[in-house]
Design a protein. Sequence first.
Length: 86
Amino acid sequence: MSELLQSKPINAYPGGATVVIERLDGGCGCRGHLCALGLAPGTKVVVRDSHCDGCRVFVRESELILGQGMAEKILAVPCRLAPGAD
């Protein structure tokens, strides 16, 4: 089952996928910035779409557009596979 819970960057998920953030990569400044945007471990995120120029996500009643580099640092698992998911 551990293979099923392997996290991947949010920009690797298709549009419409609901995921739960598992961890944030990057330095403390990057992680702090992502947390300030509401993108913290344990947070549910809906991926709207991901293209070469950015990744559009919906989180905590807000829509955000992240650059691909920033999106690569947000590692998540599908919502249905996350521990404690309904």
